[in-house]
Structures are given as C-alpha cells and as structure tokens.
Ligand binder design. Sequence first.
Ligand SMILES: Nc1ncnc2c1ncn2[C@@H]1O[C@H](COP(=O)(O)OP(=O)(O)O)[C@@H](O)[C@H]1O
Ligand SMILES: O=C(O)C1=C[C@@H](OP(=O)(O)O)[C@@H](O)[C@H](O)C1
Ligand SMILES: [Mg+2]
Length: 174
Amino acid sequence: MIQPIFLVGARGCGKTTVGVALAQALGRGFVDTDNYLLTTTNMSVADIVAQEGWDGFRARETQALKNVTSPDVVVATGGGMVLAEHNRQFMREQGVVIYLRAPAQILANRLEAFPQEGQRPTLTGKPITDEIVEVLAAREALYRQAAHHVIDASQTPDAVVDAVLAALQIARAS
Ligand SMILES: Nc1ncnc2c1ncn2[C@@H]1O[C@H](COP(=O)(O)OP(=O)(O)O)[C@@H](O)[C@H]1O
Ligand SMILES: O=C(O)C1=C[C@@H](OP(=O)(O)O)[C@@H](O)[C@H](O)C1
Ligand SMILES: [Mg+2]
C-alpha cells in the first residue's frame, strides 16, 4: 500500500532538504507545509506570526497538513507540527512518520549558516543555540511519539535518504 511519508524534527534537521531528495529517489511528489502556506497565502511564517500570532500559524499549519496529504507524497513538516496531538495522530494514522534526529549543536551550526529568518522567526527570543537546546528538550518526546522510525540526520543528505529507504525497506526508483 502506498502511504504518505511525513518528515518531522527540529528546525535545521533537514526535513525540507532530505524531503526533496527522498521524493526524487522514490519518484514521488514532494510538498513542504511551510512552502505550501507561503504560496497559498503569499505570507512568510514571520508575516503570519506578526498578523495572527503563533496560535494563528499553528492553526494554519494543521490545515496545511491536511490539504497536502495524499498517498504518494513526501511531506516535509514544520518543526512545530508535532506540538498538536491531533497532528501527531493524523500523521501516524495516515502514513509513515520519520523523525530526523540531530544533536543541538549540529542544528545550531546549520541554522546559523542559513537562518532563513522569514521562515524561522524566533520562538523564544533567545540566541539560536540556546533556543535549539530549549526547543529540543520540550519536543524530543513529541517527535519520538509521532515517529515510526528515528533516523540519524547528522549524516549527509544522501546518507539520510539511504537510511530512510533502508528503514522503509524500499529501493530507490532512480
Ligand atoms: N544532512 C545535512 N547535512 C548538512 N547540511 C544540511 C543537511 N540537511 C540540511 N542541511 C542544511 O541545513 C539547513 C536547514 O535545512 P532544511 O532542510 O531547511 O531543514 P528543516 O526543513 O528541517 O528546517 C539548510 O541550509 C540545509 O542545506
Ligand atoms: O520549529 C518550529 O516551531 C518552526 C519551524 C519552521 O519549519 P522548519 O522546521 O522547516 O524550519 C516553521 O514551520 C516555523 O518557523 C516554526
Ligand atoms: Mg523546512
């Protein structure tokens, strides 16, 4: 049975980067919930948060998750998608959920090199490393709860894709 694949994990773990490569390897469609919101609302995450607060953004990302889900798609979620219990349940029931896990320092290094502030406005007002440590501590259990598989995301994107394919026991389509 073909099921959607949902990538979850903290900011910078590579959900978007790996998602594109995984979809290509499987010959599937790819969709990113943040990009979906950007193109459907013409607003960045920072714009939405400025106008509607984080609660408004969270409501929109829940709707985006439902809108983008179809059987043959790879979905890169935003790092906070797992915060809502119904999102975790939806993903687990509808498809296969992969937690891309990496240590805080690796995440911080990637985000410092490529902050994308419009899509990643501050969550805590703290410096990146402090924020990542705090957010991971708060969410680690949620990522694990949501996930069917936990993959080491500190490897190269290609190696992460191979690890996901091995976990799913499927071969590359190309
Ligand atoms: N496995 C990886 N190894 C090295 N750099 C990575 C890896 N995955 C992602 N990156 C880099 O980290 C940054 C954040 O990646 P992104 O895919 O946007 O993460 P996420 O969607 O999980 O926030 C980007 O600059 C990307 O090129
Ligand atoms: O961790 C979070 O709460 C968020 C992560 C971001 O996505 P990425 O994980 O793709 O950076 C984006 O959805 C938004 O800024 C909120
Ligand atoms: Mg992303």
